[in-house]
Design a protein around this ligand. Structure first.
Ligand code: PMP
Length: 367
C-alpha cells in the first residue's frame, strides 16, 4: 500500500453494488429480476452467439491484435476510416486510457456532477485534478442533466479532458447536439472533449443527436461507444472510440496488444451486422421505457426523463432500506447514494414480465 503512488493510494476499488453470485445461488432464475446493471434484457443477436461458437476451435491462438475485421465493419457502419477507430476491453478501458494518455498531476479533468463514475476514477488514477461542474437544477426540463455552460465555465488553462455522457448514467438525461456544438466552439483545441455514447442506440428523441456527426470538424472530439448495452454483449467486453486518426493512434499505442479477445471480436462484428435485432431491441426498450416510467409516475414517484435502458427514480426519502427490501425479495436495482443521490434508485428497464414483477414487489415494499 505505502509503495503505491499517491494517486493510486487515494483510489477506492469499484463497488459492483451486489454479490450477484450469492443472489443467483439463493434465488431460482425465474425469481431473480436483475435490473441493477443496465444490461440488455433481450440478449444478443443469434448471429453473435453463432459467431462465438464458430471461433471455439481457435482459442489456442492469440486474437487478431489489430481487430481489423471488426474495425472495418465499424468503419463501414459509421462512415469513417479504419484509422479513426480504437477498440477497447469495454468502453471503460478506453475512458481510462484517455486519462492515462492526456491527463497527469498538475492537469485538470472536467466532468459534470452526476456524470458517470468512471470519469472521476480515470482522472484520479492519472493523478489529475477533477473539477465537477454543477448539473442542471431541479426545476429544469432535464433535472440533474449536464449543464454544458457550467462545463465551459469550469475550464481552466490546465484542463485537458472534458468527459460528457450522452445520455448519462445514472441520470438517463441527455443534451442536444446544439449544446455540444456551442461547447466545442468555446473550448481550446488542446482540450479533449470525450462524449461517451454508451446508450446512444437506445435514443429515440430526434433532438438528442449523436456527436459522431461532428467528428470530421473537430480533431479534439472523441466519441466512445460500447457493445455492452444495445448489442447485449456486456459479458464479452467490447467498446470502441472514434476520433481523429492521430488521436486514435495515441490510444492504440497505450492499449494492451490483445485487449479484445477472439470471441468478443467475432461476436461484435456479427452483432453489428444484425440491424434487425438491434431495431427490435430498441423498439421493445422504448415501449417498455414508456410503460414503466408511466407506471412508476402513476405511483407518485418522480422519474427522470430517460433516453436509455434505465430509469432514475426519486422516492423522495432515503432509498437505502427500500433497496435492501427489494433485493431481499429478488429484485436487484442500483443504489446511487455514491453519486450523491441517496433518495433515488436506478432501475434498468427489463422485459415486460420483469417490469411487472418489479412493480408487484415494489408495491409490496412501498406499503
Ligand atoms: N459509459 C457509461 C455511461 C456506462 O454506463 C457504462 C457502463 N455502465 C460504460 C461507459 C462502460 O461500459 P463498457 O465498459 O461495458 O463498455
Amino acid at each position: 500500500e505505502r509503495l503505491a503512488t499517491p494517486a493510486v493510494r487515494a483510489l477506492r476499488a469499484y463497488d459492483p453494488g451486489h454479490d450477484l453470485v450469492a443472489l443467483r445461488a439463493r434465488f431460482a432464475a425465474t425469481e431473480l429480476v436483475e435490473l441493477g446493471a443496465n444490461e440488455n434484457a433481450y440478449g444478443p443477436s443469434p448471429a453473435a452467439r453463432r459467431a462465438v461458437l464458430d471461433v471455439l476451435n481457435t482459442l489456442h491462438r492469440y486474437p487478431d491484435p489489430t481487430g481489423a475485421a471488426l474495425k472495418d465493419a465499424l468503419a463501414a457502419h459509421h462512415g469513417v476510416e479504419r484509422a479513426a477507430i480504437v477498440l477497447g476491453n469495454g468502453s471503460h478501458e478506453l475512458l481510462m486510457l484517455l486519462a492515462q494518455a492526456f491527463a497527469a498531476p498538475g492537469l485538470e479533468v472536467v466532468a459534470s456532477r452526476y456524470g458517470f463514475a468512471v470519469y472521476a476514477l480515470a482522472a484520479q488514477a492519472a493523478g489529475a485534478t477533477l473539477r465537477l461542474a454543477e448539473a442542471l437544477p431541479a426545476g429544469h426540463a432535464m433535472p440533474r442533466g449536464h449543464d454544458l455552460d457550467a462545463i465551459a465555465a469550469a475550464l481552466t488553462p490546465a484542463t485537458r479532458i472534458v468527459y460528457l455522457a450522452n445520455p448519462n448514467n445514472p441520470t438517463g438525461t441527455w443534451f442536444p447536439l446544439d449544446a455540444l456544438r456551442a461547447l466545442l466552439r468555446r473550448v481550446a483545441d488542446d482540450v479533449l472533449v470525450v462524449v461517451d455514447e454508451a446508450y446512444a442506440e437506445f435514443v429515440t428523441a430526434a433532438e438528442a443527436g449523436s456527436a459522431l456527426t461532428l467528428l470530421a470538424d473537430h480533431a479534439n472530439l472523441v466519441v466512445t461507444r460500447t457493445f455492452s448495452k444495445a448489442y447485449a454483449l456486456a459479458g464479452l467486453r467490447v467498446g470502441y472510440a472514434l476520433a481523429h486518426p492521430q488521436l486514435a493512434a495515441v490510444l492504440d499505442r497505450l492499449r494492451e496488444s490483445f485487449n479484445v479477445n477472439t470471441p468478443a471480436l467475432a461476436a461484435a462484428a456479427a452483432a453489428l451486422g444484425d440491424a434487425e435485432h438491434l431495431a427490435w431491441v430498441r423498439e421493445r426498450n422504448a415501449e417498455q421505457r414508456e410503460a414503466l416510467a408511466g407506471a412508476l409516475a402513476a405511483r407518485g414517484l418522480r422519474v427522470a426523463p430517460s433516453q436509455t435502458n434505465f430509469l432514475l427514480v426519486d422516492f423522495g426519502r432515503d432509498a437505502a432500506d427500500l433497496e435492501a427490501r427489494l433485493v431481499a425479495r429478488g429484485v436487484v436495482v442500483r443504489p446511487v447514494g455514491g453519486y450523491g443521490l441517496p433518495t433515488c434508485l436506478r432501475i434498468s428497464i427489463g422485459t415486460r414480465d420483469e417490469n411487472r414483477r418489479l412493480l408487484t414487489i415494489l408495491d409490496e415494499v412501498l406499503q
